[in-house]
Design a protein around this ligand. Structure first.
Ligand code: PHE
Ligand code: ZN
Length: 851
C-alpha cells in the first residue's frame, strides 16, 4: 500500500473499461465518523476490452468483498481494488462490498461530508471513489437504487422516492448515469416547495431544501427554476424526466453548485436570496446558476462526457445555454457586456499566462484543476461562434439531432461537431481547432477606401502558449456593420468568415466613406488591435447600432485615457470626458448600460493592457491613475451627479432588470458623489436602505473613499448572525482597501472570531478579495503575496481543491517587474516545498512556475 506519484493522464490513451455496470444498489447507514456503505453492483464484462475488474477507491476502510455471494481474492492499494480476470465469471456477476467512511472529518468537501450538521455529497469529478469501490469514470453509466438509514428527518438521493419508513428512505433513479452525478443528502431541513407541469402534462414536485432560518430566502430560486424548466422546453424542446426535482443549499461547498441527477446541490450563496440580504448581483447569479444546473439535466446528465477531457462538452454548452436564458430574462445587450468583462478578466488572463490550455485539454494530473474559465467561458464562446457561422436554424437542428442520437450515451466533442456537419453539409474540421489550440488570437485590421469601395484588411496571429509554440489561423466569425458620416447605418450587421492568417473583405457601392463597426457583439474571443483616433471612437459611441460596440468604444476611450495618464502623466482627453458625460446623462438610454459605461476598466485589465503594449505595469501607478481619474470624473460630473442619483431611485425593491439597472447606475453615481460630498449621501442611504444592494453599495462607496468605519461596525452588529452577509462584510473591507492597507486588513480579519478557513466562502471572501485588489495584492513590500502563501500552505492539507484554485492569484507573475516576479516565485517555491503538499496544489504551482 504505497502512495503513487501523481500520474499524468492523456486523452490519446483513452480505452473503454473492462467492465460495464448494469445496476447499483447502495445502502448508507449514516454516522458522523463511521458511515457504513454497502454496495451491490452488477457488472458485465466488456467484450471489446476484456480484463481485470479495476475499481477506484480512496480513503475507504474495507470490511468485506464478495463476487456472486462468495469470497474472492483481490488486491487493494491506496487508490484501487483489483480482481483478476481469471478469478471472475465470464458472464454478468454481482459484486458486493462493505466499507466504512468518516464524513465528519472530511474537510476536503469531496465524497460524503458534513456541513452544519447535515450530510451531503460532492462527487464530480472523482469524489465517488471516496464513498465506495467503483469504476469512477464518466463512461460507465448505471441505474442506481439507494437506501439511506439515519435518524435525520430528511433523507434524499437521486431519482424518484421509492419507499420510506421510520429511520430509512429509498430512492430509485431510472436514468443510467455516471457515478459523478450520484448524490445523497440527510439533515434537519425544511423544504420550500413548488410544482411544474411539463409540456406533455406531467406534474413535477419541486423543492428547495434549506436549514431552519433560511426558508424565506427560497422564493426567488424557485421562480428561477420554473422559468428555466419552461425555457428549456420552449427553446430546446427539452422536457424534465423525473417526478421530482430537488435542490439543497449547503454552506460548505468548494464550487458554485452541482447538477446531480434530480438532486442539485448548491453552495448556499448561489441559491438563497432575499432583498434585505442579497444584492442584485446575487439575484442575477442565483438565476443564472439555477438555470445552469437545471440545463445540465440534458447537456451533461442524459448525455454525458466519455472522459474528463470532454468536460467542455457539457460545461461550455451549458454555460452558453444559461447565458442565452439570462439574456432572455433580462437584457441581451447588458448580459453580453457582462460576459465579455468576465471573459477578459478571467479567461484572457488565463490564456495569456502559464496556465493557458486548450478548451479540450490533452493531458492533466488532477482534473479538478481544469474547471477553468477556458473550459467554461471560452467553451461557451466556441458554441456562440458555431451558431453565428451556421445560423440559428442549423444550430437548433443540430442540437435536436445531438439529443436524439446520443441520449443515454457518454460522448465526445467529435460527436458534437459531427451533428452540425451533418445538418449543414459543411466540413467543420478547421472550426474544431478551437478545441485543440490554446491562446487568444490577436486580430488586426486596417481600412482602405477607393472610389466607393471600402476594404477591410485583417490579419490574425496567436501567441505561443505552454507546450504549443506554433499556432495556426483560427476560423473567426467577424460581425461588421458600416455607419455613414451622418450617423445612419448603411450596411447592417454581416458576419465575415475569416479562415486565413491574412484576409481582406470589400464593401462596394458606397457613396461616402463610412466608419466600420467591427467585431460587433464580440463575435469572436479575440483581442482586436485597431488604430483609431478618439474622434472615430466617439463617433461610434454616439452612432453605432450595436450596443456591445457602443460600450466598447467608451471602454477603449477610457483605456486610452488611463494608459496616457499612466505612461505620459497627461490629463484625460476632452473627447473622452465629453463622450462619457453625454452617455451617462442620456436619460433615453438603459440605466444598466449607462452604469457599465461609467465603470472604469479594472486595474488588472490595465496591467494586462500595458503589458500587451510592451510596458511593464506598475501597480501603484495604475492605482493612482485610476483614483485620479475617479476624482476628475467626480469633478466633471459635479452638477449632474445629485440629479442622476435622485432620478435613479428605483423605489420598492424588485430584483428585475429594470430595478437592478437603476440601482447599478445609482450606486456607480454614488461612488463618485461620495468623493464630492464627504459621504453625506452614502451615509444617508446606508441608514435608510431597505435592500442589500443599496446598503452594501453605500458602505462600499464610503470605504472606497477611505471613510465609513462607523457604518462598517453597525453593519456587523446588524448582520453578524447571517453567514452570507458576513461573507460580504469580510470581502468589502479587503476589496475597498488602499494598496498599502490591504494585506494588513486581510491579516487582521483572519484573526476575527468569525473567520474560518474550513468554510470556502469565508476563505474566499478574504483571500479572493485580496487577490482581486490589484494594488493591494501587488503592494511593493510583497506582504500580500506572503500572507496568501501562508494561508494556502495552511489550507492545503484540509482542502486541496480550494487551495489549488486560489493559486491562480499568482498566475500573472510574469507581467510585472523583476522584484515582484522574484517575490512571487519565492512564495510559489515555498508552497511547492511544503511537505505532503497535495497533488492538486503541486500541479497548479508547478504549471504557474512553468517548470
Ligand atoms: N459541474 C458543476 C457545474 O458546472 C461544477 C462543479 C465541478 C461542482 C466540480 C463541484 C465540483 O455547475
Ligand atoms: Zn456546469
Amino acid at each position: 500500500m504505497t502512495a503513487l506519484a501523481p500520474q499524468t493522464i492523456f486523452l490519446k490513451d483513452y480505452a473503454e473499461p473492462h467492465h460495464w455496470v448494469e445496476t447499483v444498489h447502495l445502502t448508507f447507514a449514516l454516522a458522523p465518523r463511521a458511515t457504513r456503505v454497502t454496495s451491490k453492483i452488477v457488472f458485465t464484462p466488456n467484450t471489446n476490452n476484456l480484463g481485470d475488474l479495476i475499481l477506484n477507491g480512496e480513503q475507504l476502510s474495507l470490511k468485506s468483498v464478495t463476487v456472486n455471494g462468495a469470497p474472492v481474492s483481490y488486491e487493494v492499494t491506496d487508490t484501487h481494488l483489483t480482481v483478476k480476470q481469471a478469478d471472475l465469471p465470464c458472464e454478468p456477476f454481482t459484486f458486493e462490498a462493505e466499507v466504512e467512511i468518516s464524513p465528519e472529518t472530511n474537510t476536503a468537501l469531496e465524497g460524503l461530508y458534513m456541513s452544519s450538521g447535515m450530510y451531503c455529497t460532492q462527487c464530480e469529478a472523482e469524489g465517488f471513489r471516496k464513498i465506495t469501490y467503483y469504476p469512477d469514470r464518466p463512461d460507465v453509466m448505471a441505474v442506481f437504487t439507494v437506501r439511506v438509514e439515519s435518524d435525520l428527518p430528511v433523507m434524499l438521493s437521486n431519482g424518484n422516492p421509492q419507499a420510506a419508513g421510520a429511520g430509512w428512505a429509498e430512492w430509485h433513479d431510472p436514468w443510467p448515469k455516471p457515478a459523478y452525478l450520484f448524490a445523497l443528502v440527510a439533515g434537519d431541513l425544511l423544504a420550500h416547495s413548488g410544482s411544474f407541469t411539463t409540456m406533455s402534462g406531467k406534474d413535477v414536485d419541486l423543492n428547495i431544501y434549506v436549514r431552519k432560518g433560511d426558508e424565506d430566502k427560497c422564493a426567488f430560486g424557485m421562480q428561477a427554476l420554473i422559468d428555466s424548466m419552461r425555457w428549456d422546453e420552449r427553446v430546446y424542446g427539452r422536457e424534465y424526466d423525473l417526478d421530482i426535482f430537488n435542490i439543497v443549499a449547503v454552506d460548505d461547498f468548494n464550487m458554485g453548485a452541482m447538477e446531480n441527477k434530480g438532486l442539485n446541490i448548491f453552495n448556499s450563496s448561489c441559491v438563497l436570496a432575499s432583498p434585505e440580504t442579497s444584492t442584485d448581483a446575487t439575484f442575477e447569479r442565483v438565476e443564472g446558476i439555477i438555470a445552469h444546473e437545471y440545463f445540465h439535466n440534458w447537456t451533461g446528465n442524459r448525455i454525458t462526457c466519455r472522459d474528463w477531457f470532454q468536460l467542455c462538452l457539457k460545461e461550455g454548452l451549458t454555460v452558453y445555454r444559461d447565458q442565452m436564458f439570462s439574456g432572455d430574462m433580462r437584457s441581451h445587450a447588458v448580459k453580453r457586456i457582462e460576459e465579455v468583462l468576465q471573459l477578459r478578466a478571467r479567461q484572457f488572463r488565463e490564456d495569456n499566462g502559464p496556465l493557458a490550455h486548450n478548451v479540450r485539454p490533452e493531458s492533466f494530473v488532477e482534473i479538478n484543476n481544469f474547471y477553468t474559465a477556458t473550459v467554461y467561458e471560452k467553451g461557451a464562446e466556441v458554441i456562440g461562434m458555431l451558431r453565428r457561422l451556421i445560423g440559428d436554424e442549423a444550430y437548433y437542428k443540430g442540437c435536436t439531432l445531438y439529443f436524439d442520437r446520443h441520449d443515454g450515451q457518454a460522448v465526445t466533442i467529435e460527436d458534437w461537431i459531427k451533428v452540425f456537419e451533418e445538418v449543414t453539409g459543411r466540413d467543420l474540421a478547421h472550426f474544431a481547432q478551437w478545441y485543440s489550440q490554446a491562446g487568444t488570437p490577436r486580430l488586426t485590421v486596417n481600412e482602405t477606401w477607393d472610389n466607393g469601395t471600402l476594404t477591410l484588411n485583417f490579419t490574425q496571429s496567436t501567441p505561443a502558449t505552454p507546450g504549443q509554440e506554433v499556432k495556426k489561423p483560427q476560423v473567426l466569425p467577424i460581425m461588421v456593420g458600416l455607419i455613414a458620416p451622418d450617423g445612419t447605418e448603411v450596411v447592417p450587421s454581416t458576419v465575415l468568415e475569416m479562415t486565413e492568417s491574412a484576409q481582406s473583405f470589400t464593401f462596394d457601392g458606397l457613396s461616402e466613406r463610412p466608419v466600420a463597426s467591427i467585431l460587433r457583439d464580440f463575435s469572436a474571443p479575440v483581442i482586436l488591435q485597431r488604430e483609431m483616433d478618439a474622434k472615430t471612437r466617439a463617433f461610434l459611441l454616439a452612432h453605432d447600432t450595436d450596443p456591445f460596440n457602443t460600450w466598447e468604444m467608451g471602454r477603449m476611450l477610457a483605456k486610452d485615457t488611463l494608459v496616457a495618464m499612466i505612461v505620459d502623466g497627461v490629463e484625460p482627453a476632452r473627447d473622452y470626458l465629453d463622450a462619457l458625460k453625454t452617455m451617462v446623462t442620456d436619460a433615453t438610454k438603459d440605466p444598466a448600460f449607462r452604469a457599465l459605461c461609467l465603470a472604469l476598466p479594472s486595474q488588472d485589465d490595465m496591467a494586462q493592457t500595458l503589458f500587451d503594449a510592451g510596458v511593464t505595469p506598475d501597480p501603484m501607478a495604475i492605482y493612482e491613475a485610476r483614483e485620479n481619474l475617479r476624482h476628475i470624473l467626480a469633478a466633471e460630473l459635479k452638477d449632474d451627479l445629485p440629479a442622476l442619483y435622485a432620478a435613479n431611485d428605483a423605489g420598492a425593491f424588485k430584483p428585475d432588470a429594470d430595478g437592478s439597472g437603476k440601482r447599478s447606475l445609482r450606486m456607480a453615481v454614488l461612488s463618485l458623489l461620495t468623493l464630492n460630498d464627504q459621504g453625506t449621501a452614502a451615509q444617508n442611504l446606508f441608514e435608510t436602505a431597505d435592500n442589500m444592494t443599496e446598503q452594501a453599495g453605500a458602505l462600499t462607496a464610503l470605504l472606497s473613499a477611505g471613510i465609513g468605519q462607523e457604518e462598517l461596525a453597525s453593519f456587523y452588529a446588524q448582520w453578524f448572525h447571517d453567514r452570507l452577509v458576513m461573507d460580504k462584510w469580510f470581502m468589502m473591507q479587503v476589496a475597498a482597501a488602499a494598496p498599502l492597507d490591504a494585506a494588513r486588513i486581510a491579516q487582521t480579519l483572519t484573526e476575527h472570531a468569525d473567520f474560518s478557513m474550513k468554510n470556502p466562502n469565508r476563505f474566499r471572501a478574504v483571500f479572493g478579495a485580496l487577490a482581486g485588489n490589484h494594488g493591494g495584492f501587488h503592494a511593493p513590500d510583497g506582504a500580500a503575496y506572503k500572507l496568501l502563501a501562508d494561508w494556502l500552505i495552511q489550507l492545503d492539507p484540509l482542502n486541496p481543491q480550494t487551495t489549488a484554485r486560489m493559486c491562480g492569484a499568482f498566475e500573472t507573475w510574469k507581467r510585472y517587474d523583476a522584484d515582484r516576479g522574484d517575490m512571487i516565485t519565492t512564495q510559489l517555491k515555498r508552497i511547492l516545498a511544503t511537505k505532503g503538499l497535495s497533488g492538486d496544489t503541486t500541479e497548479m504551482v508547478t504549471r504557474i512556475l512553468g517548470a
